[in-house]
Design a binder for this molecule. Sequence first.
Ligand SMILES: NC(=O)c1ccc[n+]([C@@H]2O[C@H](COP(=O)([O-])OP(=O)(O)OC[C@H]3O[C@@H](n4cnc5c(N)ncnc54)[C@H](OP(=O)(O)O)[C@@H]3O)[C@@H](O)[C@H]2O)c1
Length: 290
Amino acid sequence: MKALGTLHLGFLGAGAIAEALIRGLTTTGVARPEQIHVTNRGNRSRLEELQLRYGVNTYALASDALAHVDVILICTKPRDVPTALTTIAPFVPRDVLYVSIAAGVSIATIESSLTTAKGCLDRSRKRIVRAMPNTSSVVLCSATGYALSHACTPEDEAVVRTLLSAVGRAYPLDESLLNAVTGLSGSGPAYVYYLAEAMTQGGIDVGLDPHTATELVVETLFGAAQMLRERVAPPTALRKQVTSPNGTTMAGLAVLDAYSFTDAVRAAIKRATERSAELGDEFTREAQES
Ligand SMILES: NC(=O)c1ccc[n+]([C@@H]2O[C@H](COP(=O)([O-])OP(=O)(O)OC[C@H]3O[C@@H](n4cnc5c(N)ncnc54)[C@H](OP(=O)(O)O)[C@@H]3O)[C@@H](O)[C@H]2O)c1
């Protein structure tokens, strides 16, 4: 995997997603621990934990962590983003690249928090990337969509792709599509977990013990995902290959069709996408009012 060279990375926030990124970056060799600088709001024991686990630099003060970095990864909860950014705006390097992982926080909101902050004299356009990873970052298998602000350069794009690829696969998109990414791959792991729950229960219903049912479901999902990932064939072709006329799979799929399985999944993705837009609008209104 491509390394980040001599760039220094600052983490604003030290929670679950920050740790997934730090683990991905250090275990793949994309960044060395000494290139990583981490700060949070006040949880010192969490910083010590990350320092011990990954050998990264940690700081109680954001000004110590971020004053000399090349990239700032915004890893706070969405609601904490404006406050966190207005705090750091006066002392961060002028030419820093911002990468936000905060769900639903628009590039415009990030830019406005940075440029209107009290004590911040730099009103220039910022290089900002908004990324939407998913929870599978924890096992370095995230499907991540990301969008770049107009001020970003091709070099920024290369840096971000390398960074995000440390926790999975990353896809550049227009910012207007990030709600769709949230509805599909952001919420997607939960749809698959729901399917896993239902399949396990189905296995128990037909006589398997819970342990065996769970094992069979996990390996079935993993194997099917691997077939899809290796592009053995498109999903429709794979489904047809295992569906013999009048066979067991055909009988099972007919029941799913009777319950409008496809319609249900499509409607779920549409509703989650709409909800992401609603939450984004609410958040933007709140950020403007505060
Ligand atoms: N987890 C996921 O799989 C996932 C997937 C996609 C997107 N995201 C996004 O990632 C972001 C972080 O999620 P998470 O699960 O990692 O959250 P988390 O575990 O709650 O961590 C949030 C971190 O932000 C820090 N923080 C809060 N306010 C701060 C401030 N003013 N200055 C500096 N640090 C501050 C907190 O510090 P203290 O502990 O000291 O308060 C904590 O370290 C969210 O915006 C979420 O939407 C997460």
